[in-house]
Ligand binder design. Structure first.
Ligand SMILES: NC(=O)c1ccc[n+]([C@@H]2O[C@H](COP(=O)([O-])OP(=O)(O)OC[C@H]3O[C@@H](n4cnc5c(N)ncnc54)[C@H](O)[C@@H]3O)[C@@H](O)[C@H]2O)c1
Length: 382
């Protein structure tokens, strides 16, 4: 009898959670596979939501809720937890685990050298393939730790605990992991889906304001891709709340579910990023935060799309959050040269993501060299 009541309780929680779970349609077995995560919700702070992420190579739960970190919530329950974090996050957030590997913060440390350091620390800690790498931090830690998890002993599981806005709305989901090379950003990496993502918006309370602003650029990018209610909410301006984060998560997961490996639809997530990556590389990854470069990249993409009114609206939103409208410290020629080395180039041609309207964003466009030069000139104050 007790079991029956418990089962009923489980189902109650399950039905609540399913409202936020995107289970694959027609997949009758998905509920069974999601059950451990749905049960884990019972130990999560009230109000925590579960989003089920599905991609070709794997599926995983995303938990979104205020206070998850402080409550010590974790999933999955098995395996030792080898936390990878950076010095800033280690100071600001409780990052308990069976071992802790602390890296230096900053994009310049998303490198092969840091990956070697993390891999050797994992070996030193006696990590086994059944253990979990737990990435607690922003996109740098997430990409780096996910990469190390993917290649350590040919692959172990990882859990993403995103603590920056960029990571909470974008980088923690979808399984792209990697490091930069001096020749280009994210030049070495693999796809490796996480075993779970634990997203706690309360972690953003310790994030420096300029990092919060940088994350806002990814929010605007995601809202442009989504269109509909998310764009309607974001275009009102104002702070990013848990509902906006949830909208971004769903948008990204829907894109990845359709195309995990960037063969088509996923390329829309690159909106603004072709030029952003070139700006970051041209300025040595130190002058601009990733999100700041994305802000400028979005303005270039909207200019190339010929959407003047939308460009003006986006410029206002970005400026309202303290994001740059132009760049210095590099020049048009340098940025164009680096655009030409974009990872997405194929047969010598670099495809651009363009915007017809919010919700109508498409990849694979050719852009005339003169138009690209004019659009980059416009944002270059050097
Ligand atoms: N894998 C993907 O799909 C994907 C998508 C978008 C971006 N990215 C990558 O993400 C990276 C950028 O991520 P980011 O903007 O989070 O940078 P980041 O990881 O460098 O974090 C920004 C800064 O905030 C600090 N920080 C993070 N959380 C904090 C907290 N809660 N309290 C105090 N300080 C905190 C970090 O130490 C760092 O100094 C880039 O390398 C980019 O390529 C990856």
């Amino acid at each position: 009898m007790k079991f029956g009541i418990q089962l009923h309780g489980d189902r109650g929680a399950l039905y609540d959670a399913v409202a936020d779970a995107a289970l694959p349609p027609g997949d009758r077995d998905a509920l069974r596979r999601a059950l451990p995560a749905l049960r884990a919700l019972e130990s999560a702070p009230a109000g925590t939501r579960l989003v089920w992420a599905a991609a070709a190579s794997g599926e995983y739960p995303v938990f979104l809720g205020d206070g998850l970190i402080e409550a010590g919530f974790f999933h999955p329950p098995d395996g030792r937890r080898l936390v990878v974090t950076d010095e800033n996050v280690a100071r600001a957030q409780a990052v308990g685990g069976d071992a802790r590997i602390v890296t230096l913060p900053g994009e310049e440390h998303k490198s092969i050298h840091t990956a070697e350091f993390v891999l050797r620390e994992l070996a030193e800690a006696g990590a086994e393939r059944g253990d979990l790498v737990v990435a607690v931090g922003g996109g740098v830690v997430g990409d780096l730790a996910g990469f190390c998890a993917a290649i350590y002993q040919r692959g172990m599981r990882h859990v993403q605990v995103p603590t920056s806005l960029v990571a909470q709305v974008d980088s923690a989901y979808g399984g792209k992991t990697g490091v930069d090379l001096p020749e280009g950003k994210n030049y070495a990496g693999v796809y490796h889906q996480p075993a779970a993502v634990i997203c706690d918006p309360a972690a953003l309370e310790t994030l420096p304001p300029e990092e919060l602003a940088a994350g806002y650029a990814e929010v605007v990018k995601t809202a442009l891709i989504a269109g509909g209610p998310l764009w309607a909410r974001v275009r009102q301006g104002g702070d990013v709340d848990a509902d906006v984060i949830l909208g971004c998560i769903r948008t990204k997961l829907a894109v990845v579910a359709e195309d995990e490996r960037d063969s088509g639809r996923r390329q829309v997530l690159n909106l603004g990023h072709t030029v952003a990556h070139a700006i970051e590389a041209a300025t040595g990854y130190t002058r601009y935060r990733h999100g700041e470069a994305v802000a400028v990249g979005l303005l270039v993409a909207l200019r190339l799309s010929g959407r003047e009114a939308l460009r003006a609206e986006v410029a206002e939103l970005l400026a309202g959050h303290g994001l740059p409208q132009s760049i210095s410290g590099t020049g048009t020629d340098e940025v164009i040269a680096l655009v030409g080395r974009d990872k997405k180039r194929s047969g010598g041609r670099v495809p651009f993501v363009l915007v017809e309207a919010p919700g109508q964003v498409t990849p694979g466009h050719d852009v005339a060299a003169a138009d690209l030069r004019a659009a980059i000139d416009e944002v270059s104050s050097a």
